[in-house]
Design a binder for this molecule. Structure first.
Ligand code: F6R
Length: 367
């Protein structure tokens, strides 16, 4: 049942505040100073011995893993690699018993991701699955399971499963940090408090959906566009681009903002829409200089940033969408909501079947 929404995708976008709350529920102490994950079988000893992490998944789940990498590296200071499951399984990855393999899968049934899990096991690694389906093949075969509580996702384009995976990664990264002593209790409490504000902040983005709809109608007249970003903004750019392609069929590419001038800048001409994710203060100035390179070639730039940077950014861009303020590492949980809506309304404007895009299936159980 679509619960009064025109499409499952729109309903699922609106279910994100609940999905965040449910995924966090019961996973921190009442004081909000510690993450508790009693479901994990991994011992403290095993956690302290982890030498490297490999996050393996497909599509949107792979993109959640890119955000997960940033969370684990910055909070727990463990080196992390990301891999696409269909590549990982055939490239003889270097896995040891001190490797933690994390497979991420909404359905828990993706054939390549399941094969990646088995590859990890064959090399003696401990495998943790982040999945939305408790009884799935991946959940059954993994050594440990961290369930996302997004609820059933019907639309082919994944939304609430992706963001719940980010919440799960944040909890797990904090848990690693606690056990390994890489963050103080005060810092952990600060991050958990920021996480608990996310659901309400998503609500405030959803209230502004008419602005996003208007911009979506504008881009629906274009044949291709670009997403730019640095750090986790680049990870979000990749997911934003996939979302737009799969349901609106508008061609788009995601670029690390600093990489554009190494070739792709040649594609920027008068009126090409460029969506710049600019939420990371530490590199904001750098992103602004990349935006200027685009503007100088006639690109038409929309920036997604925090309210406090709007006036400044308006000096260099054509339009701005403001998102609420959170910690830099948590911004993907907010910024993606704007680009999910953008993809949704672009698809709607073009009259496509939003929930069942051509050529795609919800669960990919063949390789
Ligand atoms: C895109 C999308 C796909 C899936 C991918 C993996 O919106 O949904 O890219 O993310 O097929 O599926 P799961 O997470 O079920 O392994």
């Amino acid at each position: 049942e679509k619960g009064g929404y025109e499409h499952f995708m729109l309903k699922e976008i609106h279910e994100q505040p609940k999905a965040y709350r449910d995924t966090m529920l019961g996973r921190m102490n009442p004081e909000g100073t510690k993450v508790i994950l009693p479901e994990l079988k991994m011992t403290e000893e095993q956690i302290k011995n982890i030498k490297n992490v490999q996050i393996v998944a497909c599509g949107t789940a792979y993109h959640a893993g890119l955000v997960g990498r940033n969370l684990i590296e910055s909070l727990a200071r463990i080196p992390v690699e990301n891999d696409i499951a269909s590549e990982y399984r055939y490239r003889s990855p270097i896995v040891t018993p001190e490797t933690l393999v994390i497979v991420v899968s909404q359905s828990g049934e993706t054939a390549d991701t399941l094969a990646a899990l088995r590859e990890g096991h064959a090399n003696g690694a401990h495998v943790l699955a982040i999945t939305n389906v408790v009884g799935s093949s991946i959940a059954r075969e993994a050594d440990d399971v961290l369930v996302t509580l997004a609820g059933p996702e019907i639309a082919v384009a994944s939304t609430k499963a992706y963001t719940s995976q980010i919440i799960a990664f944040a909890l797990f990264a904090l848990y690693l940090a606690e056990v390994r002593g890489t963050q103080s209790e005060k810092e952990i409490a600060h991050i958990l408090a920021a996480m608990q504000s996310l659901p309400e902040q998503v609500e405030s983005i959803l209230e502004k959906k008419d602005d996003i709809k208007a911009y979506a109608e504008h881009i629906s007249k274009h044949e291709h566009l670009f997403y730019l970003g640095r750090g986790v903004d680049y990870a979000v750019a990749q997911e934003s681009s996939l979302k737009l392609k799969e349901i609106s069929y508008i061609h788009s590419e995601a670029y690390a903002a600093g990489e554009l001038k190494h070739g792709t800048l040649a594609l920027i001409e008068e009126g090409v829409p460029v969506i710049a994710l600019a939420t990371q203060e530490a590199v904001l100035e750098k992103t602004v200089s990349n935006i200027k390179e685009v503007k100088a070639r006639g690109g038409e730039v929309l920036a997604i940033t925090h309210q406090e940077h709007v006036n400044d950014l308006l000096k260099s861009v054509d339009r701005v969408i403001a998102i609420p303020k959170t910690l830099p590492m948590l911004t993907p949980a907010l910024s993606i909501v704007t680009t999910q809506l953008l993809a949704y309304y672009a698809s709607l404007a073009l009259g496509h079947d939003v929930d069942k895009p051509r050529n795609l299936a919800k669960s990919v159980t063949v390789e």
